[in-house]
Structures are given as C-alpha cells and as structure tokens.
Ligand binder design. Structure first.
Ligand code: FAD
Length: 268
C-alpha cells in the first residue's frame, strides 16, 4: 500500500509474457484508479532496488510507453532486458503477484494531437519502440483522425519481431472492428527484419526503405506533404537517420506553434 500523498501507486503484475528469454518480455498490471493517458504517452515505472545496486535510489524509476489502449482495464508494457541495467535487472525478475510502482502522472508528446491534418499515419518503430504504436492503433480516436495507418516495425531477428499474432489479427479485434468501419482496408503492417531473411518481411533498414522508395512501393502509398504524417520511436540513431531521410523529402518536425509532419520519441 502507498499513502494517498505519494506521487505513485503500487500496482500488481497480472501477467508476464517472455518473447525472447533474457532479452524481451511484456507484462500487464492493474491500472491505477484515475490513471488516464492519451495513446502514445508513457508512464514512469519504479522498482524497488532489492539488488542494492550501489548509487541507485531505493526505488529506481524509468520511462515506459503504454502498450495498452487508453480504454483497456489493465496497463501493458513491453520491455528490453539491458545486461546489468539498473532498472531492467530488477523488472525482469518480477513475478505475477509482485508489484511495480506507477507514477500517478502520465507523460509525453508522441500523440496524434501533434498533427493538425493528414490522411495517412506512418508509425515507424524499431525494437521496443513498437510499444506506443500498439496503444495508438487501439485507440478508436486515431482512426477518426486518419484514413490509413501504416505500422512499420523493424527488428534485428525474426524472434524479436514480437506481437505478430496480435498485429495480424488486429483487424479482427471485436471492439475495434465494430467501432472502426473498413478497418481491414485501412491498416497496413510492414514487418522488417534486418539481420536474417524471413518470409514476407523486408530486410533493409527503415531509412533505406524510405530513401529507395521501397516503403511507398510495397504499401502503394506515396509520401505527400498534404497526406503523410510520421511518428518515429525507438533507438536514437534510427530516429535521427529517419528524420534526416524524411527531411530530404521535404518533411519537417511538428512543433508547438509550427505545424509539421514528424513526431519522434527517443528511448535513450
Ligand atoms: P539504462 O541504464 O536505462 O540503459 C542502459 C542502456 O541500454 C542505454 O544507454 C541504451 O544503450 C540501452 N537501452 C535502454 N533502453 C533500451 C531499449 N528500450 N531498447 C534497447 N536498448 C535500450 N524501454 C522499454 O524497454 N520499453 C518501453 O516502452 C520504453 N519506453 C520508454 C519511453 C521513453 C519516453 C524513454 C525516454 C525511454 C523508454 N524506454 C523504454 C527505455 C527505459 O526507460 C530504460 O532505459 C530501459 O528500461 C533500460 O533501463 P536500465 O536501467 O535497465 O538501463
């Protein structure tokens, strides 16, 4: 239990899914009462420093994008395991029934409110940078705002291309398919695996796929200033490179008081 004066609550872990042992996992936990967020935002999660890592506080905090949609009853997160990482060394050892601290405030600006117009939303993510896009996809409001949504997820290996089944079945989601007309024809999924050959997956880095026009070709959707809006999330190097490629094509960052077509989030 935490006192009402605390800035965080302790939430119970209700499920854990290991995607790649020792590398990637997801977990669900109870959702704090009154914890509201916009799809694409992140929470601050805390774990007790039970390993007594020197130089770290009693509770170690890190930013984590919500995977779950704004209307889901639970919260879901998708995590890397960083070798000797102060936070993930603890987080990856937690079990169902253990607790994780969740800051009462939500944070972040990787939301579709950044865009004033546009018809096609391109979600470009590498590794765990997939997380906020799953939340954005599960928000019916995104589908009111955009005609088409293209999810491009890049992973190094096939096993790291997670949430495949959910993404493939997304258009059959009972609530979403009821709320969003023609969902099937409005969602495009482009899986990318860069370090091995996998059937039905592109193999080049997202930057290259933008530069050489392959992304437009495989989706049948051209990048247009009036139509295209881009969200990029994950590895900072990838974010910078994609931003440069898009800038070369005439797109610019969406900033307060300055409408643009690109919104980004760096994970470190
Ligand atoms: P740290 O000391 O924090 O990191 C050590 C090093 O590990 C970093 O310098 C970097 O090289 C590498 N690293 C850190 N995070 C990642 C990552 N996600 N993927 C690959 N390499 C990484 N992480 C998630 O796993 N899932 C999320 O949804 C997520 N959302 C984030 C949202 C925001 C806004 C930010 C700023 C970060 C987010 N992160 C996310 C990263 C997360 O906050 C921590 O960095 C991560 O949990 C590792 O913590 P650590 O203490 O174990 O290692």
């Amino acid at each position: 239990m935490t006192s009402p004066d605390e800035k965080y609550t302790r939430e119970t872990i209700t499920g854990i899914r290991v995607w790649v042992p020792g590398k990637l996992f997801s977990f669900t936990c109870t959702r704090p009462n009154g914890f509201r967020f916009t799809a694409g935002q992140f929470a601050r999660l805390g774990v007790d420093n039970t390993l007594n890592i020197p130089g770290e506080p009693d509770i170690i905090w890190r930013a984590y994008s919500m995977v779950s949609g704004p209307f889901d009853e639970h919260l879901e997160f998708f995590s890397i395991v960083v070798p000797n990482g102060a936070f993930t060394s603890h987080l990856s050892k937690l079990k169902v029934g253990d607790t994780v601290c969740v800051d009462k405030t939500n944070f972040g600006f990787l939301t579709t409110a950044r865009f004033e117009s546009g018809r096609h939303l391109w979600l470009l993510g590498s590794g765990t940078g997939l997380a906020p896009f799953l939340s954005i996809l599960h928000d019916p409001a995104t589908w009111d705002q955009f005609e088409k949504i293209i999810l491009v997820h890049s992973a190094r290996t096939a096993e790291e291309l997670v949430y495949q089944a959910e993404i493939q079945a997304f258009t059959d989601h009972p609530l979403m398919s009821e709320l969003v007309p023609d969902l099937n024809s409005r969602f495009v999924y482009v899986p990318v695996v860069t370090r091995e050959r996998v059937a039905n997956c592109l193999t080049q880095r997202i930057t290259q796929l933008i530069d050489n026009g392959e992304l437009e070709q495989v989706t049948g959707l051209a990048f247009e200033q009036t139509d295209s809006r881009f969200m990029i999330c994950g590895n900072p190097e990838m974010v910078t490179d994609i931003r440069k490629s898009l800038k070369n094509k005439g797109f610019s960052p969406a900033r307060r008081n300055s409408p643009g077509e690109i919104a980004v989030e760096n994970y470190w």
